[in-house]
Write a protein that binds this ligand. Structure first.
Ligand code: GEK
Length: 243
């Protein structure tokens, strides 16, 4: 995949507008997410590895907030069960259009459907695997419980939800430690202080992180019988929740 460099916040902006997944972001997205999310490649490959254990024959696998389809590709290459279908959903038309081009280059027989839709409106059914890799954090907090409940209700017994999120921490010192460490990670990946601070302002009202215990109690309230954090690097975590 050709990787254009993310320079969106490199020059000073006169007016800060809220972050959007538009064409400009889409064109640099692989570079942006790789340099912004610690362990992104590790997460993508291990999501496939875990999904392979939970996927059931004759079921659906959902990639909610699929962006360019990295999780869907990982699932597609890992699935060994017969008669499965991957349903990848994103509400950014620009993302879905580019994902369609990228997935066309992938030669794999597991059927994959791309849908441009709001995940709050999408029906979840017959699901053995559901992945939200850094998507719930962009959903309005008051809609999150209903969304998790809808996912749980649409899952098969024994199915897995893999949920990756940027976290907030109750203790201010802990919170600051993780924010500073993440910013050091971005600096080490070539982002300037200006880029880091402008991106932070653009995301402020759009990406709303919660604490690990908020996520855990929401998952338990929905009915998941096993909830476990399997990955953490700084303020980025991934959890599994089994029905
Ligand atoms: C990856 N999972 O590469 N409905 C559908 N999509 C949405 C919604 C919504 N309501 N809100 C946001 N999105 C991907 C990375 S990125 C994470 C996920 C990031 C979509 C949005 O358009 C974007 O493509 C994605 O969620 C979040 O593993 O950029 O930090």
């Amino acid at each position: 995949m050709a990787r254009d460099k993310d320079k969106i916040y490199a020059a000073p902006l006169e007016q800060m507008v809220d972050f959007r997944f538009d064409e400009r972001v889409v064109s640099v997205f692989p570079d942006m997410i790789q340099r912004s999310v610690p362990g992104y490649a590790t997460l993508i490959s291990n999501i496939g590895i875990m999904a392979a254990r939970y996927v059931q024959a004759n079921s659906y696998c959902y990639d909610l907030g699929c962006s360019l389809g990295a999780v869907s590709l990982s699932l597609r290459h890992a699935i060994q069960q017969p008669n499965c279908k991957i349903i990848a959903v994103d509400n950014s038309e620009a993302m879905i259009a580019k994902a369609r081009d990228l997935l066309a280059e992938d030669e794999q027989s597991v059927p994959l459907e791309l849908r441009c839709a709001d995940i709050n409106q999408v029906k979840i059914e017959n699901a053995s695997v559901v992945v939200m890799n850094f998507t719930l954090q962009f959903i309005a907090p008051e809609l999150r419980q209903a969304l998790i409940q809808k996912i749980f209700d649409g899952m098969l017994p024994g199915g897995v939800l893999i949920l990756s999120e940027k976290l907030a921490f109750e203790d201010p010192r802990t919170n600051q430690f993780h924010i500073d460490s993440h910013h050091d990670f971005k600096r080490a990946n070539g982002y300037s202080d200006l880029e880091i601070s402008q991106k932070r302002s653009a995301l402020e009202k759009v990406l709303i992180p919660e604490t690990l215990s908020q996520h855990q109690s929401r998952l338990e309230q929905a009915g998941f019988s096993f909830v476990e954090k399997w990955y953490q690097c700084f303020n980025f975590v991934s959890m599994v929740a089994v029905k």
